[in-house]
Design a binder for this molecule. Structure first.
Ligand code: DQA
Length: 149
């Protein structure tokens, strides 16, 4: 069975309590439960990893190809400045999709650059929890076709 790794970066453990006017009321658990339901229907397996620490995320990406065929990542604030996470994504042999709850292009200037997105397959930004659902849909379809180039 195909396995997809879902990585969430700093402060996303606070979803549902954190700046709800921007990020909405769904908790990370709510989002993950919806993803699990979709994955079960498509017969793919998910693993969820959230960390507030850059190095832990780098290590998780480095180890991922041994176990997973695809990564979906919301690097959160690291999106905008972590060259370490960018390099880990650039080095990995498996495809990566970047997601954001908010539309990072419609917010503060410092959020309008992602240093990670250019080394990803693509980015989905601005649809709340649906950004994750959309990314999972794409990942499932590409894995079925066994092609993402
Ligand atoms: C975010 C956008 C980032 O700018 C921010 O630092 C986050 C969440 C999003 O999902 O909209 O923590 O990645």
């Amino acid at each position: 069975m195909n396995k997809i790794l879902i990585i969430n970066g700093p402060n996303l453990n606070l979803l549902g309590k954190r700046e709800v006017e921007i990020y909405g009321e769904a908790t990370l658990e709510d989002i993950n439960n919806e993803l699990t339901a979709k994955a079960n229907k498509a017969q793919v397996e998910l693993e969820f990893f959230q960390s507030n620490h850059e190095g832990e995320i780098v290590e998780k990406i480095q180890k991922a190809p041994a176990e997973f065929q695809f990564i979906i990542i919301n690097p959160a604030a690291f999106t905008h400045y972590s060259i370490a996470i960018r390099d880990a994504v650039a080095s990995t042999k498996i495809p990566v999709i970047e997601v954001h709850l908010s539309n990072i292009y419609a917010r503060e200037n410092f959020r309008t650059e992602s240093v990670v997105a250019p080394v990803c397959l693509g980015q989905i930004s601005g649809f709340g929890p649906l950004s994750y659902q959309a990314a999972l849909e794409v990942a499932i379809k590409l894995l079925k076709k066994n092609s993402w180039r």
